[in-house]
Ligand binder design. Structure first.
Ligand SMILES: NC(=O)c1ccc[n+]([C@@H]2O[C@H](COP(=O)([O-])OP(=O)(O)OC[C@H]3O[C@@H](n4cnc5c(N)ncnc54)[C@H](OP(=O)(O)O)[C@@H]3O)[C@@H](O)[C@H]2O)c1
Length: 306
């Protein structure tokens, strides 16, 4: 099978097209013929070697965690899936494997997708949807009627967070470039601040800040909080409470508990998937370079041909 793999740490340029032996599913696994994968900033951090203390990988390594595809075969203990089922899921970062034509994964980590959901849409969801949900509701404790400020609202996680917060009845303020304002408004943002030309720091009485950017953006967010307000950051793991406000890091460990929720939101017509660009597996390096710009709008997809 064809893969896009690395045998050294570095930038997207270390990703090489390769071949690997076809996989066989163990007793509790499924072998998935991958149709699409999505790229996450985490993939770049892993191939750069930055994540070795947290998610140690062995080389050679096939990057990619989020994928969709068709079940090819299942191990003897798997009863809830069968060959031909359309599925999506997320492999552990230490395992990777999504930038390839096939992968094996524990069958319990897969979720069947409806016919109305394309493989590209499904592959976009696991990390972006799950992280947005975890940040808003598990860490952020967002409730209806509250004011939430979402930084990086046009990104993979941000575009999901805007929709989920809107569905929960929150007043949603996003930061993004001017070119993404109309999109975010259509996704449910009540206000969009063009962070390049407008100052979000004059905002007040924010109940929850979702920080996907860190650095000065995180630092400048504290004064926007109202009484009981909190920050949930995806990028600064040493955050501490300040001035009576909670500050918590989001550590997205597993997409599995969120997959059904994503399917339900999509099937109900409440959730759109924003796609920036679709590349082929042969173009995996270019797909990673696109995400490395830090300015992808929604998700970057890799479509796998067979
Ligand atoms: N802790 C965890 O478990 C966890 C989980 C998932 C993701 N993450 C991290 O969260 C971050 C975001 O992930 P992602 O997938 O959403 O990334 P992404 O899709 O690459 O985000 C790109 C977006 O960031 C926006 N952006 C860049 N600079 C900005 C700024 N100063 N202010 C506001 N928006 C800005 C861009 O908007 P414009 O193009 O409009 O400029 C673009 O739409 C990454 O660092 C990722 O590794 C962490």
């Amino acid at each position: 099978m064809k893969t896009a793999s690395i045998s050294a740490f570095g930038g997207p340029e270390v990703v090489m097209l390769n071949t690997a032996s076809p996989c066989q599913p163990a007793g509790d696994e499924a072998l998935v013929r991958i149709e699409a994968a999505s790229v996450n900033p985490l993939d770049l951090k892993i191939i750069a070697g930055y994540m070795q203390p947290v998610f140690p990988i062995a080389l050679p390594y096939i990057p990619g965690t989020d994928f969709s595809g068709v079940v090819h075969s299942v191990g003897e203990h798997v009863k809830h899936l069968k060959p031909g089922d359309r599925v999506f899921g997320r492999s552990a970062p230490t395992a990777g494997g999504a930038f390839a034509q096939q992968l094996t994964i524990a069958a319990t980590d897969l979720c069947v997708i409806p016919a109305s959901m394309s493989f590209e849409q499904a592959a976009a969801l696991p990390t972006a949807f799950g992280t947005a949900w975890q940040a808003l509701f598990d860490v952020g404790q967002l409730a209806g009627g509250q004011r939430v400020l979402i930084h990086g609202a046009a990104g993979g996680v941000g575009s999901m967070a805007v929709q989920l917060a809107h569905m929960a009845g929150a007043y949603v303020i996003g930061t993004a470039s001017a070119r993404n304002i109309a999109l975010l408004t259509s996704l449910g943002a009540d206000e969009v601040i063009d962070y390049r030309n407008q100052d979000f720091t004059s905002l007040r009485d924010i109940d929850l800040v979702i920080d996907t950017i860190g650095g000065p953006t995180l630092e400048s967010s504290w004064p926007t909080l109202g009484v009981g307000g909190r920050i949930a950051t995806l990028v600064e793991f040493d955050i501490e409470p300040r001035d009576g406000h909670a500050g918590d890091a989001v550590f997205f460990a597993s997409a599995t508990p969120f997959l059904q929720k994503a399917v339900r939101g999509f099937s109900a017509g409440q959730l759109q998937v924003v796609t920036d660009a679709i590349f082929t597996l042969d173009e995996a390096r270019a797909a990673l370079e696109k995400v490395a710009t830090g300015h992808a709008c929604g998700k970057v997809i890799i479509r796998t041909a067979h």
